[in-house]
Design a protein around this ligand. Structure first.
Ligand SMILES: O=c1ccn([C@@H]2O[C@H](COP(=O)(O)OP(=O)(O)O)[C@@H](O)[C@H]2O)c(=O)[nH]1
Ligand SMILES: O=C(O)[C@@H](COP(=O)(O)O)O[C@H]1O[C@H](CO)[C@@H](O)[C@H](O)[C@H]1O
Length: 320
């Protein structure tokens, strides 16, 4: 892990408890910041209501942390819109936004379009397929943006069990994160190796940053925004907050394959042109009593030349 990342982990990695709600409300009052929460939703009738109700009850009605709560309908064919509206969200269909620019399918498409129909100086994105949702997912990621003017982009970090019909497998979730995104970032953007959940769907940022970034229209949006936020705002403007444990609906291997392809394409579009690091490493994280503890291992990079290029190579007669 780069020294810069180890230092970043000490300065820009927090827990939600580090900023009590009262502190956030006072900061919001003082700074005049406004908060929009956006839920991208494609056929989420089973879960969107509880997520919306949780945010509305805790962060709109009980305390005025959230000023705008929007469900962006990504072309649902179920009752997502009705359920979300009944729970108290504003609901806008992607086709209602920029009709002269026909919408394409994808999560990133609706996150990008949400910027045209929201007004908060801070925008927080929250998946609509979350289960056991806790409003701290929102207050945790919004907190640093209210109290630290130097921070512009905040990712949630959490334990990610894999919930199966047979039970919950601790740390089994985040499969594309562990198999695709984390290796990609460590190899090509090692300054982002400190992010525990680089693909997490819960993150918040200043509008003044988001409006200057391109949005990959598909599942590459999280990786693209993280890489571009680093390039645009610098590592010190990025942060992460531990908000506990995340449960969500899991896709099958085929779905994760399509997601991985989108992420790899988004990364390929941004690959830095500088030479590959001669001794790359991979930093992974484990939840311990001290929080998310990093462990770094070397990535084998040595390649042997073709055998024929060595004089020692004699074409040995094939043994019968
Ligand atoms: O084309 C899409 C794909 C996904 N989503 C939403 O984006 C969030 C994350 O998508 P998903 O749950 O499929 O990703 P996963 O969490 O499985 O990686 C969910 O609220 C989806 O409803 C969306 O709005 N449009
Ligand atoms: O992190 C991951 O590996 C994937 C899949 O998670 P699971 O293996 O189903 O827990 O989930 C995330 O990735 C998507 C692409 O960035 C995001 O859009 C989702 O919000 C996030 O859940």
């Amino acid at each position: 892990m780069l020294d810069e990342v180890a230092d970043w982990l000490r300065r820009r990695s927090w827990t939600a408890a580090d900023r009590p709600l009262a502190q956030l409300l006072a900061a919001k009052e003082r700074t005049g910041e406004t908060v929009s929460v956006v839920l991208p939703a494609l056929d989420e009738e089973a879960t969107v209501g509880a997520v919306v109700a949780g945010i509305r009850r805790s962060l709109v009605e009980t305390v005025p942390l959230v000023d705008e709560l929007l469900v962006l309908d990504s072309g649902s064919t179920d009752r997502t819109a009705e359920v979300a509206a009944a729970a108290g969200a504003k609901v806008i269909h992607r086709d209602e936004i920029l009709p002269e620019l026909p919408a394409v399918a994808g999560k990133g498409e609706v996150l990008w379009r949400s910027l045209f129909v929201t007004s908060g100086s801070i925008v927080a994105f929250v998946d609509a397929d979350l289960r056991e949702f806790d409003p701290v997912f929102v207050s945790g990621i919004v907190g640093p943006l209210l109290t630290d003017p130097d921070v512009a982009f905040v990712k949630a970090m959490y334990d990610r069990p894999l919930d199966t019909p047979g039970g919950s497998i601790p740390a089994g979730g985040g499969r594309v994160t562990e198999l695709v995104a984390r290796p990609l970032l460590n190899l090509h953007w090692p300054r982002l190796a400190g992010f525990v959940q680089p693909l997490g769907g819960e993150y918040a940022a200043r509008r003044s940053l988001l409006e200057r970034l391109p949005f990959a229209t598909g599942y590459g949006v999280e990786l693209g925004l993280l890489v571009d936020a680093l390039a645009t705002a610098g590592l010190d403007a990025l942060a992460q907050v531990d908000v506990g444990e995340r449960h969500h609906r899991h896709q099958d291997a085929a779905g994760l394959g399509r997601m991985s392809a989108a992420i790899l394409r988004t990364a390929a579009h941004r690959l830095p042109l500088d030479p590959l690091h001669p001794e790359p490493t991979l930093t992974q994280f484990e939840r311990t009593d001290a929080g998310f503890t990093p462990s770094t291992t070397r990535v084998p990079a040595l390649e042997r030349p073709p055998a024929v290029s060595l004089p020692e190579y004699q074409v040995c007669p094939r043994s019968s």
